[in-house]
Design a protein around this ligand. Structure first.
Ligand code: PLP
Length: 448
């Protein structure tokens, strides 16, 4: 029995994984953080940050809680703020899913949208706008989950002692994704003070934390994306790299497939960051023995992601699911002849693009400057060699970009892909969330 909703934050169960762990020696438990009152691990940090601000006087009666976040921290702050009688203002990127915006509003938060995909220095960037509003609104206080020490402190004070007690001190390995780093740093530090616990951070493959190039990935709420125009890219103070004995990197496809297995085989419908962390935990568990006890944090439920990771159509269109199934009988786009696609970078001149494209008639993506195949979100448009004809060598090629052709997923059935192709001469093919090639009409929808 709890005397208030705030007491229903923390004290989450550990649930043992039994099916996906087959053949592994150690016991592996998920820490069921979706069972917090607001539905995620971030309730802990939200409550601790608000309480610390009240104690320090940074947040006074009648004050206003402000934060820039598209995710669970906003929900936690809105819940705690609403209950304690504070106005809560949450700045979100305008690409945030409608369900999340609706959830924030349902808790009474005021939502301020700002354009997504801006460089860190842009004054409209979520974090910069939130900081400005906190300064302008009378009584405003910026929660600042990335640098606020009360965030990891919540995990030192609650998550770590819970895990220690629940396992009777038997925990030998702790695994968690890294968003702000609060969960990993706080829990990891406190567990290490209690005994020899191996601490494993988990990062999406292309995230910058674990050594990736910072290019887009499809798991939400963990990792560090780096916009190509960003110059100064500070990492959160709450990500204490010294705590992690290692950082395991997990690609998006593995995350998606793990999320499906957890739901179907374990009866655990978990969010993407949980699936990433479990995938890493299973990898680490291979090298551990029968006396080992692995605890992996499952930050939230899969309910918020039903239209993504649990939607086969979404998985097929992004080329994460490329096996035939009842919804998509063979042959799939992936089985067709997919032509390689040159990529033109946004900073290039016409001269450089001409060299790269040669006589190719394919519409090449004009993508933000990076190595490798671009994610759709990095593509500004398309150019063909013919578009460059007659243009001065030093013209910026991005000025010539025209609308991109349709894109089809490697996992889509041919009827589905033909529907997307419409009247176009060719379509780009997306595999693992990246534009990797091109199929022409002759191949995808041959006449006759
Ligand atoms: C679903 C989910 N997973 C993981 C994290 C990362 O947790 P932390 O910020 O403590 O590193 C968050 C944080 O917002 C989250 O919302």
């Amino acid at each position: 029995m709890h005397e208030s909703v705030l007491d229903a934050i923390g004290a989450t169960p550990l649930i043992r994984l039994r099916r996906v762990t087959e053949g592994l020696a150690p016991r592996v438990y998920v820490k069921a953080e979706w069972q917090n009152a607001g539905g995620s691990v971030k309730d802990r940090a939200a409550l601790w940050m608000v309480r610390a601000a009240e104690r320090s006087g940074a947040l006074r009666p009648g004050g206003v809680i402000v934060e820039g976040t598209s995710g669970n921290t906003g929900i936690g702050l809105a819940l705690v703020g609403g209950y304690l009688g504070y106005r809560t203002v949450i700045v979100i990127p305008d690409t945030t899913a409608v369900e999340k915006v609706a959830t924030l509003r349902a808790y009474g938060a005021e939502v301020v949208p700002t354009p997504a995909g801006l460089a860190r220095e842009d004054p409209r960037h979520v974090m910069n706008l939130a900081a400005r509003l906190a300064g302008e609104i009378p009584g405003g206080w910026l929660a600042d989950q990335y640098d606020n020490p009360a965030n990891p402190q919540a995990h030192r004070d609650t998550t770590a002692p819970e895990i220690w007690e629940q396992t009777g001190g038997a925990v030998t390995c702790f695994v968690a994704g890294i968003g702000t780093g609060g969960t990993l740093s706080g829990t990891g530090t406190a567990l290490k003070e209690k005994g020899p616990v191996r601490v494993v951070g988990v990062d999406p493959m292309t995230s910058a934390y674990g050594g990736g190039d910072g290019s887009p990935y499809y798991v939400e709420a963990i990792g560090h994306y780096r916009h190509p125009d960003t110059v100064e890219d500070p990492w959160p103070a709450n990500w204490d790299r010294a705590v992690a004995d290692e950082v395991v990197r997990v690609d998006d496809r593995t995350t998606m497939l793990t999320a499906r297995r957890l739901a179907r085989e374990e009866g655990l419908l978990l969010g993407g960051s949980s699936a990433t962390a479990v995938a890493a935990a299973l990898r680490v568990a291979r090298d551990l023995g029968p006396d080992d006890v692995v605890v992996v944090v499952a930050p939230d439920s899969g309910r918020a992601y039903l239209s993504k990771y649990f939607d086969d159509g979404w998985l097929r269109r992004l080329g994460f699911l490329t096996e035939p199934g009842p919804d998509a009988p063979s042959p799939l786009v992936d089985e067709l002849s997919i032509a390689p696609l040159p990529v033109v970078r946004a900073s290039w001149t016409v001269g450089r693009a001409r060299t790269e494209l040669g006589a190719s008639s394919a519409p090449a993506p004009v993508a933000r400057d990076r190595e490798g195949p671009p994610a759709p979100s990095e593509i500004l448009g398309a150019v063909t060699a013919a578009d460059l004809d007659g243009r001065p060598e030093d013209t910026p090629v991005r000025d010539l970009a025209r609308p991109a052709p349709p894109s089809v997923g490697a996992g889509e059935s041919l009827p589905s892909a033909r529907g997307t192709l419409g009247d176009a001469a060719a379509a780009w093919v997306i595999r693992d969330g990246r534009v990797v090639g091109l199929v022409t009409r002759d191949v995808l929808a041959p006449a006759g």
